[in-house]
Design a protein around this ligand. Structure first.
Ligand code: HPA
Length: 273
């Protein structure tokens, strides 16, 4: 297996074998706090990333590295538990093979979820935010080295306006508060300084996190529509007295996961792939 294309081809063949007659058009990428959603999937078939050579090998605890195919009501979907972060390797293309494999099996919508810090006093820890747009503060791209004109991807509606309005309507119908805001991608793994948070607020972002943006770029390049949902696990650095830690992020994420799972279930039944 010597090229990225071979890895994608092998992954696609393995996925097709496991999917059988299923034809999912929606993929959900689960971030911190969103993991329990996988238990909502009916008629589930699990494929470990280890069987999919285009998918990343994962090290960090809490990220399982499993693709689960199944359905929610009438919606066929695949759920990805586990993502490779740029802070693990310094490279932003860790999910490239996975996103390309999804596109090749016919996925048309990528629903991304993550944990983020809130930079807006009106958005409190445990609450949820719809990503309206992003800031690629890192200024790295997973498309560097790609051939062809297709690499010049239009990012003017990176997060699909139609999916966003469907998500807002689903949240309102379910009685779940869903804020809206711009997500700023920082490399991490260290948290930000208060001065960096002041900078990001000045630049127009309401939430900050260490993921999602590379996958959105990859998905747009592959022709997928994207929806992004953040769970706000903390006020960003300098915005309250809480010391930031990964343990604190995970414990707030776990506390918020019941509502996050309810939102995601409602959204998935409302969107039309
Ligand atoms: N900063 C960056 N990433 C994060 C944060 C934060 O405050 N909270 C959760 N992920």
């Amino acid at each position: 297996m010597n090229s990225n294309n071979d890895r994608v081809d092998t992954s696609v063949a393995t996925l097709r074998h496991h999917l059988g007659a299923r034809q999912p058009r929606v993929a959900v990428l689960l971030g911190s706090g969103w993991g329990p959603f996988a238990q909502q999937v009916q008629d589930a078939v699990d494929v470990p990333y280890a069987e999919l050579p285009a998918f990343p090998a994962l090290a960090i605890g809490g990220h399982a590295g499993v693709l689960r195919a199944g359905r929610m009501g009438d919606t066929e979907l695949v759920v990805l538990a586990g993502r490779k972060h740029a802070y693990e390797t310094g490279e932003p293309d860790g999910m490239k093979g996975a996103i390309r494999s999804l596109a090749a099996i016919g996925i048309q919508v990528l629903v991304q979820t993550n944990a983020a810090g809130s930079m807006d006093a009106a958005m409190r820890p445990g609450e949820l935010m719809l990503i309206t747009d992003h800031l690629n503060v890192v200024q790295r791209s997973p498309l560097v080295g790609e051939p062809g004109d297709q690499r010049f991807v239009d990012m003017s509606a990176a997060y699909c306006p139609l999916l966003r309005s469907q998500a807002l309507a689903a949240a309102a119908a379910a009685g779940i508060t869903l804020h809206e805001g711009v997500y700023a991608w920082v490399l991490g793994p260290q948290f930000e300084t208060p001065a960096e948070i002041r900078m990001l607020r000045t630049l127009g972002a309401q939430a900050v996190g260490m993921s999602t943006v590379p996958e959105t770029i990859l998905a747009r390049h592959a022709g997928l529509r994207v929806l992004g949902l953040s769970m706000l696990t903390n006020m960003a650095a300098g915005m309250d007295t809480q010391t930031l830690s990964h343990a604190h992020t995970l414990s707030t994420a776990n506390a918020g996961s019941v509502q996050a799972v309810a939102l995601l279930s409602a959204v998935l039944q409302a969107i039309e792939p």
